[in-house]
Write a protein that binds this ligand. Structure first.
Ligand code: PGA
Length: 259
């Protein structure tokens, strides 16, 4: 029998502006760590608020659970009050960075900004997780044009070598966060993911489009996570609220490990 090497599932925890204290952050992280470090088939990445990164880094052992950041400055150094650079993140041994999350785009971040953030991140060997997604899914499929524009404007400047270093997270905005009614359906996500690969194939090549890691995010919990991993054509998940509940997040990780 041919032994086909199973690709690891990539499960990203986006803690957003939570929790309130370092003590709670350590407690949640320790809960996640117990499970994440045991799983061979899952790469877990926890993206806490910047302020907890250094302390949590002391709790990291091995490569199965690593830290990421939720954003990065477009600039490398200088007078940018409140911002954190890719150089600083690399210095803090961060491996991944979420770029262009809808909660940042909603505050004025453009795809041009996202393109710059991807570039500064790659320069420091951080893996960018680039979020794209429409705010509504209209019947005339105009959301596909929106998605195409977001992808083209965010990624057009990348070389073939660089595009293969990034991860795309499809996060339909209407399915993200406390105001979401529900997650997307795995079938509709599969369609959107196929469309994203089509756009990538036109921009780069079919080979690249098929080999890119694409994640789904938006109202993922321990009941629906496997439907997406099994049926939506994605290689992992970006998890918000459920990643702050160690028990629930651990179930998501354990389930992903078995797929
Ligand atoms: P949610 O957030 O899982 O709470 O919907 C996902 C995200 O914002 O990445």
């Amino acid at each position: 029998m041919v032994n086909i090497k199973k690709q690891k599932k990539l499960i990203i925890a986006n803690w957003k502006m939570n929790p309130d204290s370092l003590k709670e952050a350590i407690s949640i992280f320790s809960g996640i760590k117990k499970t994440a470090t045991k799983l061979r088939n899952v790469q877990t990445v926890v993206c806490p608020p910047y302020i907890f990164i250094n302390e949590l880094q002391k709790k990291v052992s091995g490569h199965r659970l690593v830290l990421g950041a939720q954003d990065v400055s477009m600039n490398n150094r200088g007078a940018f009050t409140g911002e954190i650079s890719a150089i600083q993140l690399r210095g803090a041994k961060v491996g991944y960075v979420i770029v262009g999350h809808s909660e940042r785009r909603g505050r004025g971040e453009t795809s041009g900004d996202v393109a710059t953030k991807i570039q500064v991140s790659l320069k420091e060997k951080l893996i960018p997780i680039v979020c794209v997604g429409e705010s509504e899914r209209d019947e005339h499929a105009e959301y596909l044009t929106f998605l195409r524009n977001e992808i083209e404007e965010s990624l057009a400047h990348l070389s073939e070598k660089d595009i293969s270093k990034i991860i795309i997270a499809y996060e339909p905005i209407w399915a993200v966060g406390v105001n979401a009614n529900s997650a997307d359906s795995p079938e509709d996500t599969e369609e959107a993911v196929l469309f994203i690969r089509k756009v990538l194939s036109e921009m780069f090549s079919k080979k690249i489009a098929l080999s890119m890691n694409i994640l789904y995010g938006g109202s993922i919990n321990d009941k629906n996570s496997n439907f997406f991993l099994e049926r939506a054509g994605v290689q992992g998940l970006l998890v918000g609220r459920a990643s702050l509940k160690p028990k629930q997040f651990s179930s998501i990780l354990n389930n992903a490990n078995l797929i």
